[in-house]
Design a protein around this ligand. Structure first.
Ligand code: UTP
Length: 476
C-alpha cells in the first residue's frame, strides 16, 4: 500500500469510527492497490456530519409529512387563454421567441436516474423510443433542439446531468452517434451527487468489499450539481438566463416552448412549472397547491383523499393540477440558492439493494432491505419568490416511458406518439386511416426536423403522401 494511501485511510477510519461507520473499511487490507486508492477517494467524499443527521431523521425514523392548515389550489394559466389573457399570451409568446433567439435559453435534461423500472441495460436516454425509426430519447431531444435552433436562428446549449452510474456510457453514446448532429461544444455533461444506501439501523452498505452502495441523490440534486459542476458559470459566460428543465423519459417534451418561457419571464418568476389536469383525482403524480402563498407540490401519497376528491361547484376537482416535471428555472435563482445555502427535504424509499455482509459474503436480497435517500426538484418551488404554472394538453406533450410494460411503458408511449402525429396530420387535412373504434390504423412518426409543431406540419402539407390503412409512414 502506498504511504499516502496508508495515511489517508488512517485518518478516514478515525473519522468513520467517530460516526459509527468504521465497518465499511473491514475488507480494506484485502483490496488491490488501485481499488484501495479508488475506495479512499469514495470515502473522502462522504459528508459524515450530514449523513449522521439524515440517518437520525430519515433512516431510523420515517417522518410523516405534516401538511399545514390552509392548502389552496394555485393560480394557473389555462391551456387556452380566457379573453382577458389573450393579449398576455401573445406578448409572452413574443417574449419567449425573443429570449430564445437571443441565445438566452438553455435546454437541461436530468438523466442521472437508474431507470430500474424500465430494466434497460444502459442510460435511459439511449432507450429506443419512437415507433418506426426506434430513435433513442437522446436523439429525439437532439432533433428538437436542432429544429428549434434553426427556427429561431439561435444558439441553444444543451446541459445533460448524468450520474456516476451512467456518465461514461452517456458520453460514449453521444460520441458514437456524432453528437446527433449537434455541435459537441454546445453539449455539456456533468455528474450529479451520490448518496449511500443504509441498512435500517443506519449503517452504510457496501456493494463490494471496496465499493460503497451508492445511488444518485435524486433530481433535486440537479440544483446543486448545476452549480458545483461549473455548468451555471458556463451558462453565464454564454449569456443563458433561463433553463428549460425536463426529464429524460418523455419523447413528447416541447423542450423549447416560447409561450411557457415567455410567461415565466414576463411574470419575473424564478422557477415555473407545466401542469396537466389529472386523469383521475388519485393519479400518481405530484399535486400543485398553494401553501402560504407559495406554489408547492404535494406528492400523491401525502395528499389526503378527501382533498384529492374535493370538487368545485362546477364539478371540477379543486386540486386537479398534476406535475409532470417540466420547469423553467431562472439561472440566477440557482446561483442564489447555492450562494446563500439551501437544503431540500429528503425523501426515503425502502428498496432492494445488493450488499456485502459483515462476513464478506455478497447478498442479493429478495425483499427490500435498505433505505435510499433522494431529493426532488419540485421541493425548490416554494423557495422561489414567484412561480407560475401553465396548464398544458397532456396528449400533446406527455408520453412518459417509465415501466417495461403496462402504463407509462414503451408501448403506451408509442401509442401516444402515433396518436399525436395523427391529430397533427388531421389538422393539416390529411386523411388518417382509423379503425372502427377510432384508433389509428397506421404507424406514424414525424421527426421534429420535419415539423416541430402542428403549424409547421400544416405548412408542409403538400409533402405528405396519402396514408393507406395498416402502413407505416415516417415524415423526416
Ligand atoms: P424517475 O423518478 O423516473 O427515476 O426519474 P429513475 O431513476 O429514472 O427510474 P426508476 O425509478 O429507477 O425506475 C425522473 C427523472 O429524473 C431523473 C431521471 O433520469 C429521469 O429523467 N433523475 C432521477 C436524475 O437525474 N437523478 C436522480 O437521482 C433521479
Amino acid at each position: 500500500m502506498a504511504q499516502e494511501t496508508r495515511k489517508d485511510i488512517g485518518n478516514i477510519v478515525e473519522k468513520l469510527t467517530q460516526h459509527g461507520q468504521q465497518h465499511i473499511t473491514s475488507f480494506f487490507e484485502e483490496l488491490s492497490d488501485p481499488v484501495q486508492q479508488e475506495f479512499v477517494e469514495q470515502l473522502q467524499e462522504l459528508d459524515l456530519p450530514l449523513i449522521d443527521k439524515l440517518i437520525t431523521k430519515y433512516v431510523r425514523n420515517n417522518p410523516q409529512v405534516k401538511l399545514p392548515g390552509e392548502i389552496l389550489p394555485p393560480p394557473v394559466y389555462p391551456i387556452k387563454p380566457r379573453p382577458e389573457l389573450e393579449q398576455k399570451y401573445q406578448q409572452a409568446e413574443q417574449k419567449g421567441r425573443q429570449l430564445i433567439s437571443e441565445g438566452k435559453v438553455a435546454a437541461f435534461v436530468v438523466a442521472g436516474g437508474m431507470g430500474t423500472r424500465l430494466n434497460f441495460d444502459g442510460p435511459k436516454g439511449c432507450f429506443p423510443a419512437t415507433p418506426i425509426k426506434a430513435k433513442s430519447l437522446f436523439e429525439v431531444f437532439a432533433e428538437i433542439i436542432l429544429a428549434a435552433k434553426k427556427r429561431y436562428a439561435a444558439k441553444i446549449p444543451w446541459y445533460i446531468m448524468t450520474s456516476r452510474a451512467n456518465h461514461a456510457a452517456t458520453i460514449q453514446a453521444f460520441e458514437q452517434n456524432n453528437y446527433y448532429s449537434l455541435n459537441p461544444e454546445s453539449v455539456i455533461m456533468f455528474e450529479q451527487g451520490m448518496m449511500p444506501s443504509f441498512d435500517p439501523q443506519g449503517k452504510i452498505l457496501l456493494s463490494g468489499k471496496g465499493q460503497l452502495a451508492l445511488s444518485p441523490d435524486g433530481h433535486g440534486g440537479s440544483l446543486r450539481a448545476l452549480y458545483k459542476s461549473g455548468a451555471i458559470a458556463d451558462m453565464q459566460q454564454r449569456g443563458v438566463e433561463q433553463i428549460s428543465y425536463f426529464q429524460v423519459d418523455n419523447p413528447l417534451n416541447q423542450i423549447i416552448d416560447p409561450l411557457f418561457i415567455g410567461l415565466h419571464a414576463l411574470d419575473q418568476a424564478q422557477m415555473s412549472s407545466k401542469a396537466v389536469i389529472k386523469c383521475e383525482p388519485l393519479e400518481r403524480v405530484g399535486n400543485f397547491t398553494l401553501i402560504n402563498g407559495k406554489v408547492t407540490v404535494i406528492e400523491y401519497s401525502d395528499l389526503p383523499s378527501e382533498m384529492a376528491t374535493r370538487k368545485n361547484a362546477d364539478g371540477s376537482y379543486v386540486f386537479e393540477l398534476g406535475s409532470i416535471a417540466i420547469h423553467v428555472i431562472q439561472r440566477q435563482f440557482v446561483e442564489q440558492l447555492n450562494r446563500d445555502g439551501f437544503s431540500l427535504p429528503w425523501h426515503r424509499a425502502v428498496k432492494k439493494v445488493p450488499y456485502v455482509d459483515a462476513a464478506g459474503n455478497f447478498v442479493d436480497p429478495t425483499e427490500p432491505n435498505a433505505v435510499k435517500l433522494e431529493t426532488f426538484v419540485f421541493d425548490a418551488l416554494p423557495l422561489a419568490e414567484k412561480s407560475i404554472i401553465l396548464a398544458i394538453d397532456r396528449d400533446e406533450e406527455f408520453a412518459p416511458i417509465k415501466n417495461a410494460a403496462g402504463s407509462d411503458s414503451p408501448a403506451s408511449s408509442q401509442r401516444l406518439q402515433i396518436d399525436r402525429a395523427a391529430r397533427w396530420l388531421e389538422k393539416a387535412r390529411v386523411k388518417v386511416p382509423r379503425q372502427k373504434d377510432g384508433s389509428v390504423d397506421a404507424v406514424l412518426e414525424i421527426s421534429p426536423l420535419f415539423a416541430l409543431d402542428q403549424q409547421e406540419l400544416i405548412e408542409k402539407r403538400q409533402q405528405i403522401p396519402p396514408l393507406k390503412p395498416g402502413q407505416s409512414y415516417y415524415l423526416g
